[in-house]
Design a binder for this molecule. Sequence first.
Ligand code: NDP
Length: 254
Amino acid sequence: MNPFDLSGRVAIVTGGNGGIGLGMARGLARAGARIVVAGRNAAKNQAAVAELETLGPGAIGIEVDLSREDDCRSLVARGVEAFGRLDILINNAGIALRKPPQDYTSAEWHRVLDTNLTSAFLCSHAAYPHMKAAGGGKIVSIGSILSLMGASFAVAYAASKGGLVQMTRALATAWAADNIQVNAILPGWIDTDLTRSARVEVDGLDARVRSRTPCGRWGTPNDFEAIAVLLGGPGSQFITGAAIPVDGGYTIQA
Ligand code: NDP
């Protein structure tokens, strides 16, 4: 058995139309999986699908707003309908809101939590019966270094990302008997649309990231291709409930 062969598998990647999600989708497609890309922006979905079709056996885009419960459930149903099965769910869609905690409205708090955390639970919940019926599956959620560390400007984001790790552990214990492995990836500072404005606007951020990251650079979406294949495929049958930093060493440096 080739532990990195995903031939015949189907993966849903939320937020798979750009950044880290597209990086993971590329890896999964190259390994042989068919990909369902989910995002709000139809043009970005379309561009990602066009690229993924050149790398693997097939891809479709589904326009959804995953801060809405109905969209989480319909995404999974439509993905299964299109490709006939669901083997891998990557909960990657996320937003960040930079402001001091005292300035949050409750609507802003809920928007971040609904998009980053509740959507991951609802998509996992909708995926479970399909994976159980098929005899197994893989769920991978994208946390952050803020799953582990605090930051004065990101109270809702950090709460959502910390929650994803605990959700991962709970689902991993609940569904291990169904041969569903559930893991989390914790990215460090990655050069994507999410961080691009902070990189320009926050004084000294770029230099701070480079000097505080032992690998000495920002991560890129390509850094996530291989771990998506490992955690999405047969090579990770005995890895579950893990939260794996992909951060160039950011969180291990005192
Ligand atoms: P991007 O902004 O490039 O990607 C975010 C993705 O999420 C987009 O594809 C976006 O698609 C999608 N998305 C956002 N909101 C929704 C929604 N309501 N419904 C459906 N899709 C949605 O950023 P990254 O690639 O950097 O982020 C990907 C994940 O990685 C996020 O969870 C983020 O928190 C996490 N992360 C990123 C880090 C970094 O340094 N970049 C560090 C740590 C974690 P669309 O716009 O079409 O809706």
